[in-house]
Design a protein around this ligand. Structure first.
Ligand code: DAH
Length: 350
């Protein structure tokens, strides 16, 4: 019988073993299986055979054709794999045990500011509380006197999660839990509630030099018998003077927040010009730093504390803002940039 089939089979095997790239392989495929390929030619030549011969010969050629196609496909896979391996081998070896060039890490400026504030408040008998970033609508709003559909919610563009919870927009979200945690100590043992709770907050803000969707606040609360605005002013002034290492003047202006009554904006005299007036303070001599006020009776009641017997103050210090002022950072976005060049230049100067 015609040995052209065997010859071709051998030839294909041999040629395939020495093919080096996909382009060469494609030429080979066309040379055998293409319209003018040798295997196709065998099939075309069958018209000159007898019926009987055509049957067996046709079957053999088709087998050869299928076999050649399979071998070529395998070769494509092999060449592709080799190409990937070659690329991987070209990559520089990354040794995770090599020490980084930066020999010493540094604290983030917000962390530095947070720790300074914590140290001052701790020294005045406040506890430092940690709190979740994912909270309920009740914790973030309802428990602090912002019922559903209250217009104050419009001030805080909130990231709601599919499960009905939300990313906390304010550290005030922890107020209720803190009141409940220490309320018993207050009413049964007369120990005042004195707590600060720093935390990351989230709002769907359009970002610019002064706005970020992720920022830090530090909330504080003090509740006892006869707490007044004088206590609030004293603690804030002491903390800020320590943090800025100079005597800081403060002033209160009225401000509205549903969880305090009365509510204030606390300003400090401008640290850049000392109160004379400059571009940083928009020539007013004052910088807005810390909203605060006397805790609303509804908030105390919701936290299980009798507002007839006890009063308290609360404040929501903008920790990120404080860090910007302290370290004279002009663009808030630098803080979340992850740029070591920008972030590693601050040190704890204590
Ligand atoms: N939670 C308020 C905000 O993020 C800030 C605030 C205002 C907190 C007054 C307070 C407060 O505790 O008394 O806008």
């Amino acid at each position: 019988m015609d040995n052209r089939i065997d010859v071709l089979r051998e030839e294909i095997k041999q040629k395939l073993s020495s093919v080096g790239d996909l382009a060469e392989l494609d030429k080979l495929r066309v040379g055998y299986l293409g319209k003018k390929g040798s295997i196709t030619a065998l099939l075309k030549g069958m018209k000159d055979l007898t019926n009987e011969e055509r049957k067996t010969f046709g079957a053999e050629v088709n087998k050869l054709k299928a076999n050649a196609a399979e071998l070529i496909d395998k070769k494509v896979e092999e060449l592709n794999r080799k190409a990937i391996e070659a690329e991987i081998n070209l990559m520089p070896v990354f040794d995770v045990t090599t020490p980084p060039e930066l020999t010493r890490g540094s604290y983030h400026p917000v962390t530095l500011s947070q720790r300074q504030c914590e140290a001052v408040f701790k020294s005045m008998g406040f506890t430092v509380e940690d709190y979740a970033e994912v909270v309920t609508d009740y914790e973030c709003f309802e428990a602090v006197n912002i019922p559903k559909h209250h217009p104050a919610r419009d001030m805080q563009d909130t990231y709601y999660l599919e499960n009905g919870q939300l990313l906390k927009t304010q550290t005030s979200a922890a107020q209720n839990a803190i009141l409940r945690k220490y309320g018993k100590n207050l009413t049964e043992n007369g120990v005042p509630i004195k707590a600060i709770f720093p935390g990351r907050c989230f709002r769907n803000e359009a970002t610019d030099a002064n706005h970020e969707n992720t920022f830090f606040q530090m909330e504080g609360m003090m509740v006892d018998k006869d707490i007044s605005i004088s206590n609030l002013i004293f603690f804030m002034k002491t903390m800020l003077s320590e943090v800025f290492q100079r005597d800081v003047k403060v002033r209160l202006r009225p401000g509205f927040f549903p969880f305090v009554e009365p509510g204030f904006e606390l300003d400090i005299n401008c640290l850049i010009c000392g109160g004379e007036g400059c571009p940083s303070c928009k020539h007013s001599g004052w910088l807005e730093l810390c909203p605060c006020g006397m805790i609303h009776p509804n908030v105390l009641r919701e936290g299980g504390i009798d507002p007839e017997a006890y009063t308290g103050f609360a404040f929501g210090l903008g920790l990120t803002r404080l860090a910007m002022m302290k370290y004279k950072v002009k663009d808030i976005r630098d803080f979340n940039s992850g740029s070591l060049k920008a972030l590693s230049q601050f040190t704890d100067d204590e």
